[in-house]
Design a protein around this ligand. Structure first.
Ligand code: COA
Length: 357
């Protein structure tokens, strides 16, 4: 079996920097509150009309493809992870295929929110390992600024999120002699999990087809039985802010600090490693306090955990590839280093990937 390597990596963030103080124009919040609870100082917001989730993904992909030393026409499969697609359907994968004038290759969209990139990477890894594809483009991108409640009502969610994109090109590592050896370069293993018991704790309910099927006691939509067409998006849903993400922050925090360490240890144990073997942990940038908690629990040194949430906020599916790209550009990742990617988010879903760079 072949082993997949990241042959090229790229990232893109919009120019527009939005500080915590800038958000005070729209809502009752403060720089102190946001920094103390999340570690975030600023985030980027895409241009309202000229940038979309896909166009940001394209910019990150151009860099990743160039660094891999190939052209967009060499890509033979696209996997695009996002929760903020340009259209409800079709997905961003096909829009990227069109924008980059790629061949009529397969394009798959992944909807796993904060774990989206690790899930996408895992799917790509399987296609490479089996020899089905040779150049897979894996993208994580989000334009959150277009779909958040910037009034005081939505402040617990809207201050956290930012826009951006990251991308990698995955290829088979032709130089690998022993794919079972965990010292050869490439993706060593991936670990995926989900538990839908608390799906509504961090969710955007509408537009959707749920018709209050799952949560009977707390109506999530103005749904009139028997009336077709008006339950997908109604004025009442908009009046009740049900077209915005809904989050019970403390409940998410509690599960995140349990699942992050669990899935990191799972990846290390599966391959006979210890935390001391890790050169760098790149956690999904959900909240600096969550990353610090994970660091303490795993007894990792400061230089073993990468954080850039201060600059970009939580960019969901884009956060891991952006962080991985920055860490690599800053020279913090060198050939032979053991890197762990770990994510947790809405669903709940959580995942890890262990890489030998
Ligand atoms: N500015 C000022 N005050 C705010 C605020 C904001 N942006 N957002 C919420 N508050 C207020 C609340 O209204 C509440 O006020 P009250 O005590 O008068 O009712 C108070 O701050 C505390 O709210 P709480 O939600 O308990 O705060 P918290 O310490 O749990 O921090 C989060 C909130 C969202 C930062 C935190 O829960 C968190 O990060 N959770 C995980 C979220 C996450 O990672 N999501 C992505 C999944 S990957």
């Amino acid at each position: 079996m072949l082993r997949s390597i990241i042959a090229g990596i790229g990232m893109y963030v919009p120019e527009n920097i939005v500080t915590n103080n800038d958000l005070k124009k729209y809502m009752d919040t403060s720089d102190e509150w946001i920094q103390e609870r999340t570690g975030i100082k600023e985030r980027r917001f895409a241009d309202r009309t000229n940038e979309t989730t896909t166009t940001m993904g394209v910019e990150a992909s151009k860099i990743a493809i160039k660094r891999a030393g190939i052209t967009p026409q060499d890509i033979d499969f696209i996997i695009f992870a996002t929760l903020s697609p340009d259209y409800y359907f079709p997905g961003c994968g096909v829009l990227l295929q069109r924008a980059m004038q790629m061949n009529c290759i397969g394009a798959l969209d992944v909807r796993n929110q904060c774990s989206g990139f690790v899930y996408a990477l895992s799917v790509a890894d399987q296609f490479i390992k089996t020899g089905m594809y040779k150049n897979i483009l894996v993208v994580g991108a989000e334009k959150h600024s277009f779909g958040l409640d910037f009034s005081t009502r939505g402040r617990n969610v809207s201050v956290i999120f930012g826009d951006g994109a990251g991308a990698v090109v995955l290829q088979p590592n032709e130089a690998v002699h022993d794919p079972s050896s965990n010292s050869e370069s490439g993706i060593v293993s991936t670990h995926l999990h989900s538990d839908g018991a608390n799906a509504e704790i961090l969710a955007m309910y509408n537009p959707g087809t749920h018709a209050n099927h799952w949560v009977k006691e707390k109506k999530l939509a103005d749904f009139n039985e028997g009336e077709a067409g008006d339950m997908f998006m109604s004025h009442a849903m908009i009046d009740n802010a049900q077209n915005f993400p809904n989050m019970d922050g403390p409940a998410v925090f509690k599960v995140a600090v349990e699942k992050f360490p669990e899935v990191i240890i799972e990846a290390l144990n599966a391959n006979g490693f210890q935390t001391s073997d890790l050169k760098l942990l790149i956690p999904h940038q959900a909240n600096l306090r969550i990353s610090q908690f994970v660091q303490r629990k795993l007894r990792l040194r400061d230089d073993q955990v990468y954080s850039n949430i201060q600059k970009y906020g939580n960019t969901t599916a884009a956060s891991i590839p952006i962080a991985l790209c920055e860490a690599w550009e800053e020279g913090k990742i060198k050939e032979g280093d053991l890197i762990c990617l770990a994510a947790f988010g809405s669903g709940f879903t959580w995942a890890s990937a262990l890489l030998r760079w």
